[in-house]
Write a protein that binds this ligand. Structure first.
Ligand SMILES: [Zn+2]
Length: 188
């Protein structure tokens, strides 16, 4: 006779209760990404090819991880996490999505989780390489480059506008420069 006084079946019931699938946690913020949020970015182009159209309509990047394939979503076989070179592809995808404010939907069979790109980057981070920091820094740098490009464009537009509106109406002669220089000399 054992000292256990657990009724037969009680343990099994306990296990059954424990293994009951936990309720799907509701997303804390219902941040529904809208296609408008993408603003010129097509999440379909960064999605698993056969999900491209769906992804574009939903306004999220859709990556199919079903069956432990390459995590970039290409559906290629990978012995590690990525096919050679596809970690760089994944970085590009996450960065573009992050910049556009578009979320990533990772699909595994029947299940899917939709999360910000930085969260996906976070779970890919290793002690050797901080994916999340790389995505955030890369996006920041891209934003700065875009700002510089926009400023340049504005400056060019202003110059063109000036050239268009300021038609030389009179002759400019050496005398003008002499007068201006004398004025400077006097005031100095
Ligand atoms: Zn891949």
């Amino acid at each position: 006779m054992t000292s256990s006084n657990v009724k037969p079946g009680a343990a099994a019931a306990k296990v059954a209760a424990a293994s009951k699938p936990a309720e799907q946690p509701k997303p804390e913020k219902a941040e529904t990404p809208t296609p408008a949020a993408a603003a010129g970015y097509n999440p379909g182009s960064d999605s698993t090819p056969n999900l491209s159209k769906k992804a574009q309509e939903a306004g999220v990047v859709m990556l199919d991880w079903t069956g432990e394939r390459c995590l970039c979503g290409c559906r290629g076989e990978a012995t590690g996490r990525f096919q050679p070179g596809h970690d760089a592809k994944m970085k590009g995808k996450l960065m573009r999505a992050h910049i556009a404010g578009v979320q990533i939907r990772v699909i595994d069979g029947e299940k899917s989780v939709t999360a910000p790109a930085v969260n996906v980057a976070g779970i890919l981070s290793t002690p050797k390489y901080d994916w999340r920091a790389a995505i955030e820094e890369g996006a920041e740098a891209a934003k700065k480059r875009a700002e510089v490009a926009a400023a340049k464009k504005r400056a060019t537009a202003e110059r063109r506008e000036l050239a268009r509106t300021e038609k030389p109406s009179g002759k400019v002669t050496l005398a003008d420069l002499t007068a201006a220089t004398e004025q400077v000399a006097k005031t100095a």
